[in-house]
Design a protein around this ligand. Structure first.
Ligand code: XMP
Length: 516
């Protein structure tokens, strides 16, 4: 793999994505990982990310300079670049001029990581510290007003550094720089793609599972569908899917999953109606993390109960189901606090929301992937577009879209409003422009309205359309006013208890996509 060493940057995740976009597999590792451990992973290259610290301050995170002597190509970005310059004897100090945002870089030598660059490049910078003099053996490739050394390389040791952020879209030629480094300087082939991931995973799954029985919890979302199809490719009929109707699904969703999925894949499916069980357990609960934990636990207990039926139908009497497949993705892991050094933003139901005493071993074939990669795999596995391009829907479902206690009445109300919003967004042809559009019921909030000449005191519905690349960050979608107007009118007309429709115009961060 290419290792991306995280110095606490907002952008380390993005760097990992950009490397994958160049068809090279990458992994994030914390800067605290000993260099020997990094090298044991046999990295084909190492990228040092940016970070908030200043290298010359005491206690600033650094890296054992051994990393520069191992013969592995290294690219330092922003803070990582300064660490490289500092450790190798360059002059790094407070910048005479800090540069934040759009910055013109003068390219002095368009070679190496800047191969093919024009003599002026628009870049995106964020630094108050500068490399004034490159370490011995390095050639300066570019400079800016505030950064005497803005890019440098030592081709013989294959060490490279850049002050700006090539991983952000605001640096238009950033991806070229990353690909120059990976393919040109480090000589890594661009052969990591959906087909290879499938082959690798199929082999790994077969080896892990042997002749054991496996179940997969299907939620109706893209991730679990792709995970199931992938495992099915590996072990065929040893897999049974269990679709749990927890009563928190959207309108028509259960039927859709039961029919479309089976028709598309031919995988064995058992449907369990556990809605009463879930709603009972959620009675009186309005705290989001408590809801998530209850739902995560109930899922597992339901799978455990479904075990007997799975065994019977598989004709595998006397055996047990040993493995549970989950469609966990990389961002779920990171945001549930599972990534190294990450804090727990919320407990994604299939990671942080799981109980401790699970009887199954987990198979999570998508655990290192981003959503767009999962979609590419789904397509490669032959899943139809209706499944692959469905908007993400969280496992805890509408349970985390009712702010307040969850009741059957509130769920029915939200289901109606959500169906209207989905229908109108589809009709307007916006499905692929919008990453997803949660519809949220603020059940405990009331406001005064006038409907049919009468005073009403109802609850608001929030529309939360967002655009995103991987759900780690998101922007609110600029849905045309006419479409919003139609949705608003229809919801207030057709859902009697709703007298207000509001638009959430907050990006992530500072908000998250879901409200809970
Ligand atoms: P947030 O709200 O964290 O959401 O910005 C990021 C993405 O993850 C989805 N999401 C979940 N998916 N189980 C899931 O399978 C969960 O517990 C969960 N919580 C959030 C959310 O819909 C968005 O796509």
């Amino acid at each position: 793999p290419v290792l991306v060493v995280d110095f606490g940057a907002q952008y380390a995740q993005l760097i990992a994505r950009r490397v994958r976009e160049a068809n090279v597999y990458s992994e994030l590792v914390p800067h605290s990982m000993p260099v020997d451990e990094m090298l044991a992973k046999k990295p084909s290259a190492i990228i040092l990310s940016g970070g908030p610290a200043s290298v010359y301050e005491p206690g600033a995170p650094t890296i054992d300079p051994k990393v520069f002597e191992a013969g592995v190509p290294v690219l330092g970005i922003c803070y990582g670049f300064q660490v490289m310059a500092h450790e190798l004897g360059g002059d790094v100090d407070k910048a005479a001029l800090g540069e934040y945002g759009k910055t013109e870089a003068v390219v002095d030598d368009a070679s190496g990581i800047l191969d093919g660059s024009p003599s002026l490049q628009t870049t995106w910078m964020s630094h108050g510290v500068a490399v004034n003099k490159a370490p011995e053996g390095f050639e300066v490739l570019a400079h800016t007003e505030g950064a005497p050394v803005a890019a440098m390389e030592d081709g013989s040791r294959r060490l490279y550094g850049v002050q700006w952020h090539p991983e952000v879209r605001h640096t238009p030629l950033g991806q070229d720089l990353i690909e120059n480094f990976l393919h040109g300087c480090a000589g890594i082939p661009n052969d990591w793609n959906a087909k290879n991931i499938i082959d690798e995973q199929v082999e790994a799954i077969r080896e892990k599972v042997g002749d054991a029985q496996v179940i997969c919890g299907l939620s109706g979302g893209v991730d679990s569908a792709v995970a199931a199809a992938l495992v099915h490719r590996a072990i065929g009929d040893q897999l049974t899917c269990v679709f749990v109707d927890h009563g928190l699904l959207r309108k028509g969703e259960a039927e859709q999953v039961k029919h479309d999925f089976v028709a598309a894949t031919g995988i064995k499916l058992i449907a369990v109606d556990a809605s009463e069980d879930f709603l009972d357990a959620l009675k009186g609960v309005s705290d989001p993390e408590t809801k998530r934990k209850i739902i995560g636990e109930k899922f597992i207990r339901t799978f455990e109960k479904a075990q007997r039926q799975v065994i019977e139908e598989a004709g595998a009497q006397g055996k047990e189901v040993r493995f549970l497949v989950q469609g966990t993705l990389y961002p779920d892991v990171v945001e549930s606090g599972g990534g190294d050094g990450a804090s727990n933003i919320k407990s994604h139901h299939n990671v942080g929301g799981l109980p401790d005493d699970i009887k199954f071993e987990l198979i999570e074939p998508l655990r290192s992937l981003f959503k767009d990669e999962v979609r590419a795999i789904g397509t490669e596995l032959g899943l139809p577009d209706e499944i692959v391009w469905r908007q993400p829907f969280p496992g805890p479902g509408l349970g985390i879209r009712i702010i307040g206690e969850i009741t059957k009445e509130r769920l029915d109300l939200l289901r109606d409003a959500d169906a209207i919003a989905r229908e109108e967004l589809s009709k307007a042809g916006l499905d692929r422009d919008i990453w997803q559009c949660p519809v949220v019921l603020l059940a405990d909030v009331h406001s005064v309205g006038v409907q049919g000449d009468e005073r009403t005191y109802g609850s608001p519905i929030v529309l939360r359309p967002v655009s995103s690349e991987d759900a780690m960050t998101a922007d609110w979608s600029r849905v045309p006013y006419d479409v919003l107007a139609t949705i608003s009118t229809r919801i207030t007309n057709e859902c009697r208890q709703i007298n207000r429709v509001v638009l959430d115009c907050t990006s992530k961060p500072p908000a998250t996509i879901e409200w809970e």
